[in-house]
Design a protein around this ligand. Structure first.
Ligand SMILES: Cc1cc2nc3c(=O)[nH]c(=O)nc-3n(C[C@H](O)[C@H](O)[C@H](O)COP(=O)(O)O)c2cc1C
Length: 185
């Protein structure tokens, strides 16, 4: 039987060996059976330009449709200069428009920040907590997750091997699955 809930996982880094991408792939594996995770990377997504809104580029429309068809959204972000990377902000801006028709509307949102450093991307997550509520459904507030020390969390195949991270991710995903089920129920 297919998973009842389909969640888009937006990946906020374009880097080939991105820890954020590896975490997204681990999330797809660790998610409970009722969540299907669609890992969405942002390579090549064109820049938002309000002038193009009358005839939006196909890549904007594809992203918007994917989000609208989802049961919820996970945003996975690294921290760039105490905020989120521009590529992620661009995707959020694209999805938030046209005005009043955000593709995130009504969607339960989860935020997963990370860093190889000690603070786990908390400043990036705090910015997302400012950005998202005005354009989305409810943002899960509890539990929070800030994955620190991700630099040694993966083996050479990109598999998550750090048990402490696996445990907190598992707990987070179980809570997020319940949150998604409640919002879609
Ligand atoms: C432009 C830039 C700014 C950064 N700023 C921060 C920062 O504010 N806080 C932090 O913990 N790490 C910062 N880093 C380090 C990133 O956490 C690190 O490069 C990480 O690997 C990026 O995520 P990724 O592996 O998913 O690409 C920064 C990296 C770059 C390239």
């Amino acid at each position: 039987m297919p998973a009842p809930y389909s969640v888009v996982a937006l990946v906020g880094s374009l880097r080939k060996e991105s820890f954020t991408l590896k975490i997204a792939k681990a999330v797809a594996k660790l998610a409970p059976a009722d969540l299907k995770i669609d890992v969405v990377t942002l390579e090549g997504l064109s820049f938002f330009n309000q002038d193009l809104e009358g005839n939006p580029p196909a890549d904007w429309l594809a992203l918007r449709e994917k989000l609208k068809a989802s049961s919820g959204v996970l945003i996975l972000t690294p921290e760039y200069n105490r905020s989120i990377p521009g590529v992620l902000k661009n995707a959020i801006d694209i999805a938030s428009r046209p005005y009043g028709k955000s593709s995130f509307l009504g969607k339960p949102v989860g935020l997963i920040a990370n860093s190889p450093g000690p603070l786990g991307g908390v400043a990036a997550a705090k910015h997302l907590q400012n950005i998202m509520p005005g354009i989305s459904g409810p943002v899960m507030g509890q539990p929070e997750i800030y994955l620190n020390g991700v630099g040694d969390a993966f083996d050479e195949k990109g598999e998550l091997v750090k048990d402490s991270l696996k445990t907190v991710l598992q707990q987070y995903l179980d809570a997020f699955a319940a949150f998604v089920a409640k919002q879609n129920g």
